[in-house]
Write a protein that binds this ligand. Structure first.
Ligand SMILES: Nc1ncnc2c1ncn2[C@@H]1O[C@H](COP(=O)(O)OP(=O)(O)OP(=O)(O)O)[C@@H](O)[C@H]1O
Length: 313
């Protein structure tokens, strides 16, 4: 079992003047053999963090470690870290059969290769006869299974799943989630599971990390984060899950939050980044408005939250 660690990771896009820091000093660990769900609204930096781990986004600062060693990617070395993306069709070559697509991703050669393709198809719940099909002949859910088989072909130790059910029909999302969880357990993979939807994240995660404007604002065991959320943003996400349809009965503070525009990542607000949307603050200490003036540092032991009101946790 392998541990994936982000240490002070920052990713910037664009120049100094007009650029933006999509990921800003993130510390996060995916303990060996466990599932960390990473949740946050669109634009919070989840995909960018994941892409940095697999070398698809440039690291501005920090380190990404696999079992304490910097993640390396080379053609020769089998990548121990693999990622599955949102759009199953775009991650497969439409001119290649499913079998060839998976075969290309395995390091096996000769007759062992064919057997490996069959094993992988079976692992993701597809029959061996699917090997001759082309992506266009499969459903979105089946294509996502193939993308998973390809990711597993190199025997990775860590898997990153980025919004892998968002593009799928609601009716098959559960089956794909179950499959990912089963495969993760069977192969004892470490999994970073990304979704904007807390309902999806809570279904698969051992730990949950909540991201807002490039920062992790809450992290802890899934049960603790879901039943006793410390950060007002996490509470906002939870309220959205339990109230999929607005009844007009919601907490007035949360209704007020919903009316506020999301913050601009080009110019994050000073102090706590969540303060313009926060229904709780301000925290005043010695006449100072802490929420506007000082950025909260994550506090807590196993369950951390970056909120001035979470002090003493
Ligand atoms: N290649 C890029 N160049 C410039 N800006 C980018 C690039 N990729 C992402 N961004 C910006 O970085 C911020 C974080 O984006 P990111 O896609 O990581 O967020 P996310 O939480 O994964 O949201 P989503 O679910 O919508 O992808 C956004 O403001 C986005 O516009």
């Amino acid at each position: 079992m392998s541990e994936l660690t982000f240490e002070g990771v920052s990713v910037r896009f664009g120049g100094r003047r007009h650029g933006l820091t999509a990921v800003d000093g993130v510390d996060l660990t995916v303990p060996g053999g466990s599932v960390v769900g990473l949740v946050g609204e669109s634009g919070s930096g989840k995909s960018t963090l994941a892409r940095a781990a697999v070398g698809l986004a440039p690291l501005h600062a920090g380190r990404i470690l696999l079992d304490g060693e910097p993640v390396r990617r080379g053609r020769r070395s089998r990548p121990a870290l693999q990622m599955v993306f949102q759009d199953p069709y775009s991650s497969l070559d439409p001119r290649m059969t499913i079998g060839d697509s998976i075969a290309e991703a395995t390091p096996r050669r000769g007759p062992a290769r064919r057997a490996e393709v069959t094993r992988l198809l079976d692992l993701v719940g597809l029959g061996a006869d699917r090997a001759r099909a082309y992506p266009g002949q499969l459903s979105g859910g089946q294509c996502q299974r193939v993308a998973l088989a390809r990711a597993l072909a190199g025997d990775p130790r860590v898997l990153i799943a980025d919004e892998i059910t968002s593009a799928l029909d609601v009716s098959i999302q559960g089956a794909v989630l179950n499959l990912v969880r089963e495969v993760q357990r069977e192969l004892r993979l470490s999994l970073l599971f990304i979704s904007h939807d807390l309902a999806v994240v809570r279904y698969v995660s051992d730990f949950i990390a909540v991201m807002y404007l490039g920062r992790i604002v809450e992290y802890g065991p899934a049960e603790a984060v879901l039943t006793d959320p410390s950060h007002p943003y996490t509470r906002e996400l939870l309220a959205a899950v339990s109230e999929p349809v607005s009844t007009g009965e919601a907490d007035p503070a949360l209704r007020a939050v919903a009316d506020v525009e999301p913050a601009d990542p080009h110019a994050p607000p000073p102090g706590c980044r969540f303060h313009p949307r926060c229904p709780v603050g301000p925290a005043v200490l010695d006449g100072r408005d802490l929420c506007r003036e000082s950025e909260p540092v994550p506090q807590g032991h196993r369950h951390l939250a970056a909120c001035h009101f979470a002090a003493g946790r």
